[in-house]
Design a protein around this ligand. Structure first.
Ligand code: SAM
Length: 237
């Protein structure tokens, strides 16, 4: 006989993300793929009491539990992971899909700074969250308990393949004029290397894509390389 259905629970966000990603398009699939990405997690009352983060700066990485608030509420038992080309379907619980019951996400991120001068603001590195993402919980990462390099990772056995990324002289000139130019170049390279285009779009294309990062719109194109894989070229920032 089936267990009695548990009553629904209501959860309240403890903070909101402000990240380098104003849009979902272009965000890497997992945090470690864009270590140059930065975000601020702004805690909201009553959780923005500095007492809540006492001792947290002793940890270098945090687990964030959050809501995929830009995903629809409906879910399906099967999903189509981009990693499998977007056609093969696996069970939603065998995936890290954003379309899932309760829309819960889990990201391991780097803790860079904690500012308690006005409320609580955590500076985070390597995030895969769009600005506005509501965060439900923060926990310190315990490598001795949680790092499992020996684990089997099914159809996602390692980091996805990356593409070479070039920047036009015009794009380089824009970066040269910015105080954060080097960091922004690193972020652009890491994000484009993941080939943000839809899974069915591979190979060279005349089409110009745009991805918004921080306060810029990065326009890029996929170029054919005579005897090598497609290369992405930033044509304009
Ligand atoms: N690391 C998390 C996990 O495993 O639960 C997220 C993995 S999910 C594949 C990462 C993608 O979620 C990003 O590439 C982005 O497109 C999407 N995303 C990020 N923030 C979101 C939000 N607030 N609502 C919906 N989708 C979001």
């Amino acid at each position: 006989d089936r267990p009695a259905l548990p009553a629904p629970v209501s959860l309240t966000p403890v903070g909101i993300i402000e990240s380098d990603f104003p849009d979902k398009f272009g965000i890497p699939r997992q945090p470690g793929l864009a270590t140059a990405a930065r975000a601020t997690l702004v805690l909201v009352p009553p959780y923005d009491d500095p007492l809540t983060v006492r001792g947290l700066s002793a940890f270098s990485h945090l687990w964030l539990t959050f809501v995929f608030h830009q995903s629809p509420e409906r879910w399906t038992p099967l999903v189509r992971p981009p990693r499998l080309g977007g056609n093969t379907r696996v069970g939603v619980f065998a995936s890290r899909s954003t379309h899932r019951p309760n829309r819960l996400g889990l990201s391991l991120v780097e803790l860079i700074d904690i500012d308690t001068s006005r409320g609580v603001r955590l500076t985070l590195g390597g995030v895969d969250l769009v600005s506005g993402t509501p965060v439900l919980d923060i926990k310190p990462y315990l490598p001795w308990a949680e790092s499992r390099p020996e684990a089997r990772a099914g159809f996602a056995p390692g980091t996805p393949p990356t593409l070479a990324v070039g920047l036009s002289p015009e794009a380089e000139a824009v970066l040269a004029r910015r105080p954060d130019g080097d960091k922004l170049r690193e972020l652009i390279r890491q994000v484009l290397a993941q080939d943000p285009r839809p899974a069915y779009r591979r190979g060279a294309e005349a089409r110009i894509y745009g991805v918004r990062l921080r306060d810029v719109d990065v326009r890029f194109q996929a170029l054919e390389v005579p005897d090598g894989p497609t290369r992405l070229e930033v044509v304009e920032i």
